[in-house]
Design a binder for this molecule. Structure first.
Ligand code: GLC
Ligand code: MG
Length: 528
């Protein structure tokens, strides 16, 4: 298998707590994931994805549901054991499925032994593994920085009478990446998993890794084009607390470790405009991240001009030879079928999977799952930042437990009777069947899977159109995002007709380019 297997890959995000519960405690687990690998790859009616990425399964007191890690090199008992994880990795590899884990390098849990040592005294050898500072004159926090989920980024520690920094929840103290011992420790964490066969990491919140060493105050937020990040608007421009130039040293360090092992991939997570993100993809073959999430498409309203802008910015601003990485949903954001509407789920799938890019699916989007009604979610919420709604359990069948669990699920299921894998597997007109066809088309058509992208403008109002091309194969992609039928006026393409490769509809056979009309929300891919 190629070392650059991730170019044009489809990655499936599993939120382990919510995927499948094998032991009946209401919480998803590794054994549950192992039971459902057929859904992902290896049989005729599998989705056919290239890799899975597991959100954190490490021991954690769950203040941020696993993104607050108290041990980087073990598995939390509720999910299983290290042996089970080894077996799961092997089972994935047996069916040609790559296995990615989540690396959370910027902060630990308050319960991590490193932090316990660090906070125990000012002269503990691990004191400088975290970011401690005195109160500013006038006894307030050392700077005005605000945390991603609200409130100040500084927490007072009365034992040693200093503040520690947390870019996210107070239970997530930031590691000090200016300390080489921290960098060395994280390298060992990566090696631990790479040696177990992990094919790569999704690297959490990397833009928060390094802060200004003078702790300068952030200015008010005035950027008109700032893209929304996690936790929404904090009212300030994180000029000195995020996306500092030194973050590139951190990423290069992670990349050097990954490069010790062949064929491994690092996917950076950073809520940044693409022109900033582009710098995270380095300046050469072996520099910084292989991939980095571009969230502009996810944040775009379902409007022609906005979607066009997101696509054009992505194509124009990614460094040559680098692949955009798109997701339309994840465990932090409202699901696309909620944001954009269920009626658009087929068109959204077509968009995601026919663009040039690595496509990251979030478990449940392939059956059109929506966010839970907030009124049905537990109070107080599990997630204080309000993200429980997009984290409800996967709906495998129509039973009340949705086939997720025989026990009481940790979060309620939304609508297993109307939307579930079992029913959709049997229905060739289902959304699930469309996802499978789209992924298969990326396999059978090199142009759709790994080809270049060239936009064609002005084909018709509400119609997005582009050409994918590789090794002489050309595929014309058209998507009507609106509610009216649209007749397309294509520029000269050198041929009068083509052959349907994949469509949101039932179309197949020959396509005459001169009289192509797209139904509302219809997407067509035609090999020329
Ligand atoms: C990432 C995760 C999110 C978490 C945050 C802090 O953005 O996706 O769930 O809360 O980082 O680790
Ligand atoms: Mg369980």
């Amino acid at each position: 298998m190629s070392d650059r297997w991730w170019e044009g890959a489809v990655i499936y995000q599993v939120y382990p707590r919510s995927f499948a519960d094998a032991d009946g405690d209401g919480i998803g687990d590794l054994a549950g994931i192992a039971r459902h690998l057929d859904h992902l790859r290896g049989t005729d009616d599998s989705l056919g994805v290239d890799a899975i990425w597991l959100s954190p399964i490490y021991p954690s007191p769950l203040h941020d549901f696993g993104y607050d890690i108290s041990d980087y090199t073990d598995v939390a008992a509720e999910y299983g054991t290290l042996d089970e994880l080894d077996a799961l990795i092997a089972a994935c590899h047996d069916r040609g499925l790559r296995f990615l884990m989540d690396l959370v390098p910027c902060h630990t849990s308050v319960e991590h032994p490193w932090f316990a040592e660090s906070r125990s005294s000012r002269d503990n050898p691990r004191r400088d593994w975290y970011i401690w500072a005195d109160a500013s004159t006038g006894s307030g926090p050392p700077s005005n920085w605000t945390a991603a989920f609200g409130g100040p980024s500084w927490e007072w520690d009365s034992v040693t009478e200093q503040y520690y920094l947390h870019s996210f929840y107070p239970e997530q103290p930031d590691l000090n990446w200016r300390n080489p011992d921290v960098a060395a420790a994280m390298a060992e964490v990566m090696r631990f998993w790479f040696r177990r066969g992990v094919d790569g990491f999704r690297v959490d919140a990397i833009f928060a890794a390094i802060k200004d060493d003078h702790l300068r105050d952030n200015p008010p937020d005035r950027r008109p084009s700032a893209i929304p990040g996690l936790g929404g608007d904090t009212g300030q421009d994180p000029l000195w607390s995020m996306n500092r130039p030194e973050v590139h040293h951190v990423i290069r360090h992670l990349r050097r470790v990954a490069s010790e092992f062949p064929g491994r991939v690092l996917v950076g997570e950073a809520y940044l405009p693409v022109e900033e993100l582009a710098g995270y993809l380095g300046h050469g073959a072996d520099d910084e991240f292989h991939l980095a999430f571009n969230f502009e498409l996810l944040h775009s309203p379902w409007e022609h001009q906005h979607l066009t802008l997101a696509i054009e910015r992505s194509e124009a601003l990614h460094p040559a030879g680098m692949w955009p990485t798109y997701a339309l949903s994840n465990h932090d954001q409202s699901r696309q079928a909620t944001r954009w509407g269920r009626e658009r789920a087929r068109a959204a799938a077509f968009l995601l999977l026919t663009l040039r890019g690595v496509a990251v699916l979030y478990a449940g989007e392939e059956i059109g799952m929506v966010d839970a009604d907030p009124a049905l979610l537990p109070t107080p919420p599990f997630d204080r930042a309000g993200r429980d709604g997009c984290r409800t359990p996967m709906q495998w069948d129509a039973s009340p437990g949705g086939g997720f669990s025989t026990g009481t699920p940790w979060l309620p299921l939304v609508d297993p009777a109307t939307r579930n894998v079992l029913d959709q597997r049997a229905d060739p007109a289902s959304l699930l069947a469309l996802y499978r066809r789209l992924i298969a088309a990326r396999e059978s058509s090199p142009a759709l899977g790994r080809g270049g992208h060239r936009s064609i403008f002005g084909v018709a109002p509400d119609v997005l159109c582009w050409l994918r091309e590789l090794d002489g194969e050309r595929v014309l992609v058209m998507l009507n995002i609106g509610d009216e039928e649209r007749r397309c006026e294509l520029p000269p393409l050198g041929v009068d007709s083509g052959e349907f490769v994949v469509a949101t509809s039932e179309r197949s056979g020959r396509a005459m380019l001169a009289d192509l009309a797209l139904d509302p929300l219809e997407g067509l891919a035609v090999r020329l």
